[in-house]
Design a protein around this ligand. Sequence first.
Ligand code: FAD
Length: 424
Amino acid sequence: MPAAEDEARPAVTLVGDQWSPECSVLRTFLTRSEVPYTWLRPGDPRGAQVLADHGVAAADTPVLIDEAGRVLHVSRPRGLEPVAEWLGLHTDPGGGAYDLVVVGAGPAGMAAAVYGASEGLRTVVVERWAIGGQSGLTSRIENYLGFPDGISGADLADRARRQATKFGAELVLTRQASALAARDGGGFTVGFADGGSVAGRAVLVATGANTRTLHAPGVADFVGRGVYYFSALTEAPLCTGQDVYIVGGANSAGQAAIYFSQCARKVVLLVRGDSLEREMSTYLIKQIEAIPTIEVRTRTEVAGASGDTHLERLTLRDTRTGATENANATWLFAFIGAAPDTAWLGPRFLRDADGCLVTGNDIAAAGAAEPAWPLPRAPYHLETTVPGVFAAGDVRAWSARRVAGAVGEGSMAVMLVHAYLADR
Ligand SMILES: Cc1cc2nc3c(=O)[nH]c(=O)nc-3n(C[C@H](O)[C@H](O)[C@H](O)COP(=O)(O)OP(=O)(O)OC[C@H]3O[C@@H](n4cnc5c(N)ncnc54)[C@H](O)[C@@H]3O)c2cc1C
C-alpha cells in the first residue's frame, strides 16, 4: 500500500560513494521526494559498519536500508520506479477512468491538480520524477506573488503536494508518459514508458522543459561526478570552502551563483555572452555585484573537462579570441536553459520551431501549418490541435516561462477542461 501522501516518511540510510552518479541521483530524488535520509560513504567507519551489519560489499553500493533492515540495491538501468515502490511512494494510478489526466507535476501540473480536484474533477497527475518540476531545483524564487521574502522550490513543491492531496488529487510518481491515444467512445489513454497506462476524459500536458546539457569533450563522462545539471541543491553542502564553476547567463544561473556563494570559497560564473544584462533580471545582477566572492567571466565557455575518478580540470575558451586555458575545478553546475520534449505525443500536435505545443488562437494564427485544428468550433485558449488535450506552462508555445505563468495556466486549464467536458 502506498503511504498516504501527508504521512511523514520513515527515515532511510543511503550508503554510496560521493562520486557515484547513481548515488548523486538518489540523493536528489530522496530530497525532492521529502524522504528523510542519512547518507554514509562506504569508506567511512560508520558506512563500513552499516554495510557489514547488512552483509553488503562496498562494491555493491549504492544501497538503501530502512529502519526494518530491508536493503535495496540500486542500479541505474532499473531506474527510480523500484526505489519509489520500495519507499512506499505512489507509483500506480488507482484505476478506472479519470476526468482529467495531468502529465507533469511542475507548477502548471500541480496547479491543475489543486483546481481540478477541488472543483469536482477526478484528477490524477503522472510525474516521471518528483514533484516540483524545474521550480523544485531553485534555491529561492523571489518573484512569485505572495512570497515577498522568497520561497525555495522544495518548499513550494511540498506545499503544492499537500494542497493537491488535501483535495483528493492522485499523484503517481516515477512514471513517464510515453504515448497518448484516443479511446473508442471518447477520452484518451496515456501510456507509460515501462508499461501500464491511465485513462482520462481530458488530458493536460504540463511537461515543462528539460534542462539542456553541455556539449564539450569529456563533460558527459563526469555527470554526477563533478558535473551536475539538476542536483545543485543536494550537492551544495559538499562544496563548502571550495571553488564552484557555474555555467549560464540567465536567472537560474544567477540564483545558483548567489546560493553557492554562501558556502563556496569562490564562485566563477561562466557566461558566453558579453554581459549579464542580456538575459538576467536586474535584481539578481545587483545581488551578484554585491558579493565579492562571485567572479563573473563573460565571453567564456567550457571547451572540455578531464579528471580521473571525478572532475579535476576544465578547459575554458574565450569566445572572442578562441584562446583556451585550463582551470582546476571539482564542481561544475550548468544552467543553460531548457527545451520541451513533446515527441512522445506523436504527429497530431502542432508545435512551434522549439517543439512547444501551439494552442488556442495561436493555432489559427499559424495559418496553413499542419496538423490543422479538426473541428468546426474554435479551440479553447489552452487546447492543442487534438481536441480535449490541453497544454499549460513551459511546454506551451508563447508561455511566460515563469512559475506564476505556469500556475496561472494550470489553473485556467481546469476551467477550460470543464467547458470541454460540458460541451460533450
Ligand atoms: C534553476 C531554475 C530557477 C528558476 N527560477 C525561477 C524564478 O525565480 N522565478 C520564476 O518565475 N521562474 C523560475 N524558473 C522557471 C520556472 O521554474 C518554470 O517556468 C516553471 O517551473 C515551469 O513550470 P511547468 O510546470 O510548466 O514545467 P516544469 O517545471 O518543467 O515541470 C514539468 C514536469 O513534468 C515532468 N515531465 C516531463 N515529461 C514528462 C513525461 N513524459 N511524463 C511524466 N512527467 C513528465 C517533469 O519531470 C517535471 O516535473 C526557474 C527555472 C530553473 C530551472
